[in-house]
Design a protein around this ligand. Structure first.
Ligand code: C5P
Length: 341
């Protein structure tokens, strides 16, 4: 039998960041997680992963760009190991096990930011490893793998705008926005916010006033996207969307300096400031990438001139990008875990 590494084709995957346009917490679950109702979209900002045969007998990961933390804890390696176990002896390798992979990760998405970068890398690693090995898994097996790696991973396996429910495993594809893709400015202050701490703060009672307001906004937006919403109309809803995150008050309680930072950013840009996921990323919607990029310049200038408070040890990450359409419908059609509207 031939050397299995000869069969490995070079494989490249782009792993997009995500935004929670809405994030409503429906309630706690018996498993300790929380049931969500969240409209999530992929962004043009991506990490890049490439997969090649590894020579040393084990999977390796090299990270370039942003600091992604300890390599051994990186979800990419966990995703490849879990995928290998799931594929098991179905692979054609002589030892019955898919061969080791050398992965290079170019990290562009800010880390621990509420942008789903680690989860997106994990989904890309499942997909990339399967392609590199020439192996397949049933959609239900992929879903089990994905949710085992993290609550956001199933969204990224699906690929397009979606309504997320349950813990994150119920992914219903929504229609991409019509017309020009809206611009998004992401400003991620250099402060650590641990997602479990934010959910715990919410569970301890730190919640926005007006019970169910985020849920109502989330249901409304999901219905509008199902019916077909333009990017322009989405941007018009910026103020409502900025308030439609049930975790925001919990994040602000954990990092009180964020309150002044967000206020200064709102004054500077004159637009509503949202938060993706559990934060701390501040997000601002614009009609186009050009306008988001101009706003990024304003933020850089203001930081240089001391007109924005400095949080943490580093400057914030400032990333102008767009809402991406994503493969949506295609991914949905070859996956039973995705319910198409
Ligand atoms: O699934 P993941 O590891 O990404 O979740 C990180 C943490 O966020 C969990 O340990 C849990 O505290 C919280 N979480 C939650 N409900 C969800 C998703 C995450 O409570 N639906």
């Amino acid at each position: 039998m031939s050397d299995p590494t000869n069969r490995l084709a070079p494989v490249v995957r782009l792993a997009p960041a995500k935004l929670n346009l809405t994030l409503a917490i429906v309630g706690p679950r018996p498993d300790g997680y929380h049931a969500l109702h969240s409209v999530v979209v992929p962004l043009g900002l991506t990490d890049r992963l490439s997969f090649a045969p590894a020579t040393g007998g084990r999977d390796t990961l090299h990270v370039a760009g942003r600091d992604a933390g300890p390599i051994a804890e990186n979800l990419v390696l966990h995703a490849i190991a879990a995928t290998r176990r799931a594929v098991g002896t179905r692979s054609p390798g002589p030892a019955g096990t898919p061969p080791p992979l050398a992965v290079r990760l170019e990290k562009r998405i800010p880390v621990a930011a509420g942008l789903g970068g680690g989860s997106s890398d994990a989904a890309a690693a499942i997909d990339g490893a399967l392609e590199a090995w020439g192996a397949e898994l049933e959609p239900a097996e992929r879903l089990a793998l994905a949710i085992g790696l993290g609550s956001d991973v199933p969204f990224f396996l699906a690929g397009g705008p979606a309504l997320i429910e349950g813990r994150g495993e119920r992914v219903t594809s929504l229609a991409p926005l019509r017309g020009e893709p809206p611009g998004v400015l992401l400003v991620t202050p250099a402060v650590a916010v641990r997602t479990p701490d934010v959910f715990a703060a919410w569970a301890s009672g730190i919640r926005p006033p007006g019970a169910c307001a985020a849920r109502a906004s989330s249901e409304h937006l999901a219905a509008e996207l199902r019916a077909g919403l333009s990017g322009t109309d989405l941007v018009r809803r910026s103020a409502v969307l900025a308030a439609a995150n049930d975790l925001l008050s919990a994040t602000l309680a954990l990092v009180p300096e964020l309150v002044a930072f967000r206020r200064a950013l709102a004054r500077l840009l004159g637009r509503p400031i949202g938060q993706s996921g559990s934060g701390p990323t501040c997000l601002v919607l614009y009609p186009s990438l050009v306008e988001a990029a101009a706003a990024a310049d304003l933020v850089r200038e203001a930081l240089g001139a001391g007109r924005l408070p400095r949080l943490g040890m580093d400057d914030p990450a400032i990333e102008p990008t767009t809402i991406a359409a994503g493969p949506g419908a295609k991914a949905a059609s070859d996956s039973t875990m995705i319910r198409e509207e």
